[in-house]
Design a protein around this ligand. Structure first.
Ligand code: PLP
Length: 453
């Protein structure tokens, strides 16, 4: 059996999958942050491209991938599916372990799948510049490359903590022609307000989102792009799971367990949703789907399923999701990509409906799994992806104890080639295991907005 299952370029799917067509309970509406009435498409028009707004509320099962987008996808897609035999040996498990590797994209993670699509639709609408936030820098660098390709400008508000920890992500964005600022900045009203209150803040994704949205609202030629959470992002990422299903078929396998890490939920949605369709349809009723997150930012496992803003300043629509409260500022753990107070409304709905399990891990056990994986399979996983690997280790161990040869599939969302300072901290014993205090979550949850639901 082959180590990696590789599709031809002409096997790149020509349609994305939209789980809104199949989920047992539809999403509740989102609400306008000012009027508190359900969001109308025209509310979103100042910051999003027309087609993206359409996709956001679409219940069409399959959505055509434009030719120009598929054309750029060929730079790194189809991405390989690896059969991790060396890892199986290391874990002495009868389980079969497969991983989809999204680190082959030029920016090193799955985020380019949606960055390219978003840049394309905005370019089509005549937009000349995109503004965005970035946590760890993967999203900012993905959007920088995508906008560069379409001849657009790009402004990135980067969470200050990561801006200082990750100079190389910044240089990638510069290489691809984007401007990148440490957030909070004094360039926006929301940034200045935070700086007055907390001049030494290390920033947060919620704050950076406020800045980027404000930038788009206050500039005519500029739209906003979000790298996760939203329905259209989950739709674009479905290409991961669609390819994976085809690749597993080539190896005559059906997934028993599908695992992904979840920050805003997009790479998890990408690998999982096409498989969840089979679970809903009764084709694979026993499928287990697991989302993993850090104990330091445990939105699915410790948050509330409620209506909340997507950002700190309350500029985004109010969405129904698992949330720790919009002014929750997670501690500065290294997996920057998992430091978001909320969760994709689609992933949240499916978790609430029992189709998705969630588990939270401490970062030392996560890095331990990441290092073991790297030793067996070579690729050094992004700290975010290592959260998924820790769950794979646990399920593989279960299989060993019960002598079950289940097929485990997980998404290796990116590599750690620009995150080695996090590994350094782990090797030096400088990573605290941090459980966010329950009373702080409680305090933050008291400030949820009221909607006329
Ligand atoms: C951004 C990122 C994540 C987390 O974001 P999701 O939207 O939850 O996927 C996970 N892994 C990597 C490598 C990332 O860059």
């Amino acid at each position: 059996m082959p180590t990696k299952i590789i599709l031809d370029e002409n096997e790149i799917p020509d349609k994305w999958y939209n789980i809104q067509a199949d989920m047992p309970n539809p999403l509740g509406p989102s609400y306008n942050p000012i009027t508190k009435e359900p969001v109308k498409p025209e509310d979103l028009a100042p910051i999003f491209a027309k087609e993206l707004i359409k996709q956001e509320v679409s219940t069409k099962r399959y959505i055509d991938i434009p030719g120009e987008v598929r054309d750029i996808y060929t730079l790194w897609r189809p991405s390989p599916l690896y059969h991790a035999e060396r890892l199986e040996k290391l874990l002495k498990t009868p389980a079969k372990i497969y991983y989809k590797y999204e680190g082959v994209s030029p920016a090193g993670s799955h985020k380019l799948n949606t960055a390219v699509a978003q840049a394309y639709y905005n370019k089509k609408d005549g937009i000349e510049r995109l503004s965005t936030e970035t946590g760890a820098g993967q999203w900012g660098s993905s959007l920088a490359f995508a906008t560069k390709h379409f001849g657009m400008e790009c402004t990135v508000y980067m969470v200050r903590g990561s801006y200082e920890q990750k100079p190389y992500r910044k240089m990638m964005m510069h290489t691809w022609g984007a401007k990148c600022y440490p957030s909070p900045t004094s360039l926006t009203k929301s940034g200045r307000a935070i700086l007055e209150r907390e001049p030494d803040t290390s920033g947060s994704l919620g704050i950076a989102i406020s800045e980027a949205v404000e930038d788009a609202v206050t500039h005519e030629n500029t739209n906003y792009a979000l790298g996760s959470v939203l329905n259209h992002v989950c739709i674009h990422q479905s290409i991961i799971g669609l390819e994976t299903k085809k690749q597993l078929e080539y190896d005559d396998k059906t997934a028993d367990v599908v695992i992904g890490c979840a920050g805003g939920g997009s790479n998890f949605a990408g690998i999982a949703f096409p498989f969840i369709k089979d679970k809903i349809d009764g084709k694979n009723p026993d499928l287990r789907v697991i989302a993993t997150e850090p104990t330091a930012c445990p939105s699915l496992t410790k948050g509330l399923y409620a209506y909340d803003y997507g950002d700190v300043a309350g500029l985004t629509p109010i969405m129904q999701m698992y949330t720790l409260g919009h002014d929750f500022i997670p501690p500065s753990i290294h997996s920057g990509g998992l430091r978001y107070h909320g969760m994709s409304p689609l992933v949240s709905r499916l978790h609430a409906d029992g189709l998705v399990d969630a588990v939270a891990y401490h970062q030392n056990e996560v890095f331990k799994a990441g290092v073991a994986f790297a030793g067996a399979e070579g690729i050094i996983p992004a700290p975010e992806s290592a959260h998924a690997i820790k769950a794979v280790f646990d399920v593989a161990e279960e299989c060993r104890k019960k002598d079950e040869s289940k097929t485990i599939v997980f998404n290796l969302s990116g590599h750690a080639n620009f995150d080695m300072t996090a590994y350094e901290a782990y090797f030096e014993g400088n990573l605290p295991d941090y459980e966010y205090p329950a009373d702080l979550i409680k305090a933050s949850l008291k400030k949820l907005p009221q909607v006329r639901a």
